[in-house]
Design a protein around this ligand. Structure first.
Ligand code: CP3
Length: 340
């Protein structure tokens, strides 16, 4: 059987047609997702193997994308470790007990994630892979910095001030926190690979809030631990937003492929990385709503800029917005595969 185009591209071998998938391809843009999720809380859906598998498969059936990404969330390993967390619709992850002092931290890191608790994840991945045939499944986890932002703030934030204060003011507490997050995120990722995921992506969505020096000193080591939990031979993608200044450091964390948001053209990303790194991205989600000729011209520029890299996997610069027209996503896949 030939290697799927996605895995060739992740290995740095440019396939005949550009592989494409979308971050948050499983989600509210799809009516079948909204129907499947009706009446079920987000994290309950993630922990119901049949439902998680069904939702993972929906965008593959509909769009013909080159990969499935496992339907779950970056806070699922915290939930499985027994931490009080929920995902509030329209807002994001919210914790019962934000980590604000030494007692909060001690309480958090007393939680542990054993392999038994990961059973629903392995079951969901195994079911998904069975039904995917040759289409590879991408497993994922959240990077410790991005998770720490939710844990310390207690919910979503714009500037991640409290997390960045803790990082500087109490390096020892920060190390304890990020080492714990690396362990649970790494266990979550390793479980997905055990059960059949053929590539992984580490989401450090908010890493762009850090300077390169702070990233290297205080975020990279824990991210490297998560990536080190993945067995050799499984390609590792590393993605964040606003990371133009961080791309070489994100590669140095142990990534084989670097994801780029819409702010930085892929040829510039290739130059910053010194060449030789397969890239993923970076269609501006705002253009999904533009007239097709405008979007097509943008797609052409993205793919052209991506030729600077050894290989390129087409994706958005961030997740599919809930308001996106799914027909537009299908059309992008057709365009990537046929040029029409
Ligand atoms: O990409 C995929 O299709 C796979 C599934 C996936 C989800 N979350 C499902 C989800 C992935 C890879 C994630 C990662 C994730 N979760 C990140 C990193 C990527 C990124 O977007 O930057 C972050 C920061 C989170 C935390 C989170 N979870 C947020 C901010 C939200 C949005 C809250 C909202 O209602 O706007 C979620 C919820 C979430 N995760 C949804 C989905 C499909 C929406 C849940 C719903 O249907 O209400």
């Amino acid at each position: 059987m030939p290697t799927p185009a996605l895995l060739d591209a992740y290995a740095g071998v440019r396939p005949a047609t550009t592989p494409v998938w979308f971050m948050r391809q499983a989600g509210r843009s799809l009516p079948e997702y909204r129907a499947s999720r009706a009446g079920t809380e987000m994290l309950d859906a993630c922990l119901t193997p049949e439902l998680a598998a069904e939702i993972t498969l929906q965008p593959v059936r509909r769009h013909g994308v080159d990969a499935a990404i496992f339907f779950s969330d970056i806070v699922v390993p915290l939930k499985l470790a027994g931490v009080g967390v929920e995902i509030v619709p329209g807002r994001g992850p919210v914790l019962d007990r934000p980590v604000r002092d030494a007692a909060d931290l001690a309480d958090l890191v007393a939680h542990d994630l054993d392999d038994d608790a990961l059973a629903p994840i392995e079951q969901a991945v195994a079911r998904t892979v069975e039904q995917l045939g040759d289409v590879p499944l991408i497993g994922f986890a959240g990077a410790p910095f991005t998770l720490a932002s939710y844990v310390v703030e207690g919910g979503p934030s714009k500037d991640h001030l409290r997390a960045r204060t803790l990082m500087q003011a109490d390096p020892e507490a920060w190390r304890t926190l990020t080492a714990w997050l690396a362990r649970v995120s790494g266990a979550f990722l390793a479980a997905q690979v055990r059960a059949g995921a053929r590539a992984v992506q580490l989401f450090d969505s908010w890493a762009g809030a850090l300077s390169e020096a702070d990233y290297r000193a205080s975020a990279l080591p824990a991210s490297a631990e998560v990536l080190a939990a993945v067995p050799a031979g499984v390609p590792k993608v590393h993605f964040g937003t606003g990371t133009a200044l961080l791309l070489p450091a994100m590669r140095d964390a142990g990534a084989d492929v670097v994801g780029v948001d819409h702010r930085l053209p892929l040829d510039a990303a290739d130059r910053l990385l010194g060449g030789g790194v397969p890239l993923q991205g970076n269609v501006d989600p705002a253009l999904l709503d533009a007239p097709w000729p405008v979007l097509r011209a943008h797609l052409e520029r993205v793919v052209e800029a991506g030729r600077a890299a050894p290989a390129h996997v087409l994706n958005l610069g961030h997740g599919v917005p809930p308001t996106a027209d799914p027909g537009v996503l299908t059309r992008i896949v057709e365009w990537a595969h046929t040029g029409a």
